[in-house]
Design a protein around this ligand. Structure first.
Ligand SMILES: Nc1nc2c(ncn2[C@@H]2O[C@H](COP(=O)(O)OP(=O)(O)OP(=O)(O)O)[C@@H](O)[C@H]2O)c(=O)[nH]1
Ligand SMILES: [Mg+2]
Length: 501
């Protein structure tokens, strides 16, 4: 009976096909065995169909990607690559940009907290150095007990202009530090915040889904109830210090907005305080030059109702580690619906070996080169930033994998160049070959642009046009106008390369 049933299900084996013979069920197969075998065969058929569908999908994605326009953003760390990407999204894919707003809010809050942290560090250094100075002067004056006040034995005195009130604000603001730690550990699980030798920026690992994590975090924290923060019985001599979180209060650490709001007045008071400004100047610290500087916007960013503006998002600083792929569909322009992939890479030296796999797959490279003639690399302070940019540019121009790639140079951070030259810094002091040429923006730009152009011409394996723009990519309006031209140029070159025009 069982054998008859098996025979009707299973077709007769092909006597010339050993596999077909091997796969035949045994002639004495029981009903249960047969049912189990049929179930297995059905499962196998389902899995096989799923695999086929997946292959078809990946094939489609591969075809789509092949037809898409791919751009690689290159340049040293802090050159403005990620900022350029944000400008692209803002200009051509605003719906996508809008979706990421919640994630950026947390980054901006984190940027502000890091600004405050740096400010507190400088104040701490000031206290320590003033105590050391007072100790040294006591010894010099033969007071016997170094750094002790003669009138109150056992109490160390300080020569610092910072008052007791500064100290109290400092202590209250230290409530922000656990928030920073918490957010950073969510962004880079297992990664420390300020490991020695690590950059001071907020870092993210490419492909870690950090925007999703932060968006979820923003959504969750907005539903957390805001706990009233206890007031400290401190009579502030400084204007505006009214909301005071208790030092080390971590009850709200899952809700950065609440803690920041409680610290808002203290942050603005400290930042606007003239004594604090003088201390910063004496320590040679310009917080305004920190990437992701938001202290001037503290009253707004630290408020409970804070919603980031487009400009805030563009100015937010996140250090890229690895290579981030951004896929979006043009929502407007000459060919709406065109698919674009933009690869945003980490620019620090340890990240650069990850660039190469992308070289043979992109139509265009936007190379960001700030004319930072007076600055050095964070990862190697012996190397001048502009010299590093030129070395990188030469390598890109020479690379045979990139022989057919359109190279577009952005001489970025023009606003900073303008401010640097206006402050009286002379180019020739840092670049002796500049000689006695005029120390103004047009002459400096021409000098360095010609250098970039010369290497492009001499080192390119095949002749190709030299495209360049002067940019300040934190200025979204002027950047949008430049990007329209860049997009049309890349599109035209792409269509020519596939013989459409
Ligand atoms: N003033 C000024 N700041 C800029 C400009 N372009 C970028 N920045 C700022 O410079 C910092 C670094 O910019 P990013 O776009 O993050 O730099 P990046 O090249 O992506 O850096 P990595 O990810 O470390 O490789 C950010 O704080 C930006 O806001 C500019 O044209 N002018
Ligand atoms: Mg970046």
């Amino acid at each position: 009976m069982a054998a008859v049933a098996t025979k009707s299900f299973w077709s007769a084996p092909d006597p010339d096909d050993p596999l077909s013979i091997a796969l035949q069920p045994p002639p004495d197969e029981s009903v249960e065995d047969r049912q189990a075998r049929i179930r297995q065969q059905e499962d196998a058929a389902r899995v096989s169909k799923e695999i086929d569908e997946e292959i078809a999908l990946s094939k489609k994605a591969f075809e789509r990607r092949k037809k898409a326009i791919k751009i690689l953003l290159l340049g040293q760390a802090e050159s403005g690559k990620s900022t350029t990407l944000k400008n692209f999204q803002l200009a051509f894919s605003p719906a996508h940009f809008q979706k990421e707003r919640a994630a950026w809010k947390t980054i901006i809050q984190l940027n502000l907290i890091r600004n405050v942290k740096r400010l507190l560090e400088v104040l701490q250094e000031e206290y320590e150095s003033s105590l050391q100075n007072s100790s040294a002067s006591s010894i010099a004056k033969g007071k016997g007990v170094a750094g002790r006040s003669p009138s109150s034995p056992g109490v160390r005195f300080s020569t610092s202009p910072l008052t007791d009130n500064h100290r109290k604000i400092r202590m209250r603001l230290s409530a922000l530090l656990p928030i920073e730690h918490e957010l950073m550990s969510k962004l880079i699980p297992g990664g420390g915040t300020d490991t020695p030798g690590q950059p001071r920026d907020v870092c993210v690992r490419a492909g870690s889904g950090w925007k999703g994590i932060l968006t979820a975090l923003g959504t969750n924290t907005s539903t957390v109830s805001v706990q009233p923060v206890p007031q400290m019985p401190v009579k502030s001599a400084m204007k505006g210090s009214t909301n005071r979180p208790a030092t080390g209060d971590t009850r709200n650490k899952d809700n950065p907005s609440a803690v920041l709001a409680a610290c808002k007045d203290d942050i603005t008071t400290l930042w606007e305080d003239q004594v604090v400004r003088a201390v910063l100047k004496r320590h040679n610290v310009r917080l305004q030059d920190m990437p992701g500087f938001f202290l001037n916007d503290a009253a707004r960013v630290a408020s409970l109702q804070y919603e980031p503006s487009d400009d805030d998002i563009v100015r937010a600083r996140v250090r890229t580690l690895g290579v981030e792929e951004h896929h979006f569909t043009m929502e407007s322009g000459a060919l709406p619906g065109t698919e674009w992939y933009i690869y945003d890479v980490g620019g620090s030296r340890s990240c650069r070996q990850h660039w190469i796999p992308y070289f043979d797959d992109v139509q265009a490279i936007i190379f960001l080169a700030p004319l930072a003639f007076n600055l050095v690399l964070e990862e190697d302070p012996k190397v001048n930033r502009l010299e590093d940019s030129i070395t990188l540019w030469r390598e890109v121009c020479t690379n045979t994998l990139l022989a057919k790639t359109t190279l577009i140079l952005f001489l970025n951070k023009m606003d900073i160049l303008q401010a640097t030259l206006a402050s009286g810094l002379r180019v020739t002091k840092y670049v002796p070959s500049y000689g006695d040429q005029p120390n103004d923006v047009p002459s400096v730009v021409k000098y360095f642009r010609d250098k970039f152009r010369g290497y492009h011409k001499r080192l390119s394996p095949k002749a190709r046009p030299f495209y360049w723009h002067e940019t300040s990519v934190i200025d979204t309006r002027s950047t949008a106008a430049i990007l329209v031209g860049v997009r049309e140029g890349i599109l035209r070159a792409h269509l020519q390369s596939v013989n459409v025009i």
